[in-house]
Design a protein around this ligand. Structure first.
Ligand code: GLY
Ligand code: MN
Ligand code: MN
Length: 430
């Protein structure tokens, strides 16, 4: 009954060690109302347990290898805020060997630490728990005339868990495909519905309605719906502008499905037809995006992807008159960053900007089968840019797909929403 992820984590731990993995807590939104609960990503990955105020203790060398401390059942609380699995459910439904009410964690901490040579515990995430753990170890050290042995080393469990999370299992890929399908459907419906005169928030509502309707817990990050020059603001989330005839609309929105994120950006003309100037920018971004998607193969490094996107975009921007000079010199002087100032993409999984090492020392990591990343080049031309053709002012374009690296090459999870300009125009004309 122990999840494969947890079994693998246990296998990779030093055997005479213990891991303490806390859940997330509920977070106050204002006064006495709370944000919708979102589980801690590592805790969710290892345990599948979706309740706050819980702690997993994992000790491969003990008889009971997996202990869950949870909120006990409480009929009164459950009437107000919902069902809890409780101590019994932690064992019967979630595979814990042992389970206790969370209130008993501190009382049992010494016994759990005693005899473990290493403690896997991520310092810095939950300072009050840090304090309890460190204080307990200090107390145990002071008992050195007794047969009590606190851990001598504290290691970040992320060294194991995050590396595991980089490589997606078939089951995880299925969930990510579903998250991608839901988001793709929402983008398609937005393309079909958009008309001049609408507000950005109407489009946001349409997109997020489909997320929820299709069973996603909601967006996997704040949806960006930027019309006209708002598309040139990278993290624009006000979404309260008007959609004007003749402008582009940039939607960057992804769904979270059973804990897994998708992350899609599409940019399209509000009136259904790209202008020639918009096509100039769009076609260039698409050229870079398609070239980089094709490079999502085992052995390609993150730096190689970024460099290729910079080369294509810089050469194109020189041709369009956005930059002046030799592409190689412009790249050396980072002149492209005036219009392309973010990374090419990021790992994707339970977190939209997923965990994982991008550099070994200074060496960029290569992609391997089972890794999923976004490919999302863009060009953003602020309306007050000087010395460029006026027709490009205020245009922002990003195109973002989610791509699984396989031994046979890239598998794009987000093909169900078009990015070819002709296909977009045909869809919008329907
Ligand atoms: N929407 C966040 C990102 O594209 O990275
Ligand atoms: Mn995005
Ligand atoms: Mn992204």
């Amino acid at each position: 009954m122990i999840r494969p992820q947890l079994a693998e984590f246990m296998r990779r731990m030093d055997q005479k060690s213990v891991a303490i993995i806390p859940s997330a807590r509920e977070a106050t939104r204002s006064n006495d109302t709370q944000y919708r609960f979102r589980q801690d990503s590592d805790f969710l990955y290892l345990t599948g347990f979706d309740e706050p105020d819980s702690i997993a203790v994992i000790a491969p060398f003990r008889e009971h290898k997996y202990t869950l401390f949870v909120r006990p059942r409480d009929p009164e609380q459950e009437i107000w805020v919902g069902r809890r699995a409780g101590v019994a459910g932690a064992k019967s439904e979630f595979g814990a060997n042992e389970s206790f009410p969370i209130e008993e964690f501190e009382g049992k901490l010494q016994d759990m630490l005693d005899g473990a040579e290493k403690l896997y515990y991520r310092l810095g995430a939950y300072p009050d728990l840090d304090h309890k753990v460190i204080q307990k170890i200090a107390q145990m050290r002071a008992l050195n005339r007794k047969p009590i042995h606190p851990p001598r080393t504290i290691i970040d469990p992320a060294t194991i868990v995050h590396e595991m999370r980089v490589f997606k299992s078939d089951e995880e890929i299925e969930l990510m495909q579903k998250a991608a399908d839901i988001a793709a459907e929402a983008h398609v419906e937005a393309m079909k519905a958009v008309r001049p005169g609408m507000k950005e928030y109407e489009v946001e509502a349409l997109v997020e309605r489909i997320f929820r309707q299709q069973g996603a817990s909601g967006p996997s990050y704040n949806s960006i719906v930027g019309a006209g020059a708002n598309a040139t603001v990278l993290h624009y989330i006000n979404n309260d502008g008007e959609l004007r005839d003749g402008d582009l609309l940039l939607i960057d929105a992804g769904a979270e499905y059973k804990g897994y994120a998708s992350d899609i950006t599409r940019t399209f003309p509000i009136n259904g037809r790209f202008s020639p100037a918009q096509r100039d920018i769009y076609d260039l971004v698409l050229e870079a995006q398609v070239a980089c998607v094709d490079m999502v193969r085992p052995g390609t490094t993150h730096d190689q992807l970024k460099e290729r996107s910079i080369e294509i975009l810089t050469e194109g921007m020189v041709k369009l008159g956005l930059l002046k000079g030799k592409p190689a010199d412009l790249i050396k002087e980072k002149k492209h960053e005036q219009f392309y100032m973010h990374g090419l993409g990021h790992l994707l999984g339970i977190d939209v900007h997923d965990v994982g090492v991008y550099y070994y020392d200074k060496q960029s990591r290569a992609l391997e089968p089972g890794t999923v990343m976004t490919v999302e080049p863009g060009i953003y031309i602020s309306p007050d840019t000087k010395d460029i053709p006026e027709k490009y002012l205020g245009i922002g374009v990003r195109i973002e797909d989610d791509v699984l690296c396989t031994s046979n090459g890239p598998r794009v999870l987000t093909t169900k929403v078009p990015k070819d300009p002709g296909e977009i125009e045909a869809l919008m004309a329907k």
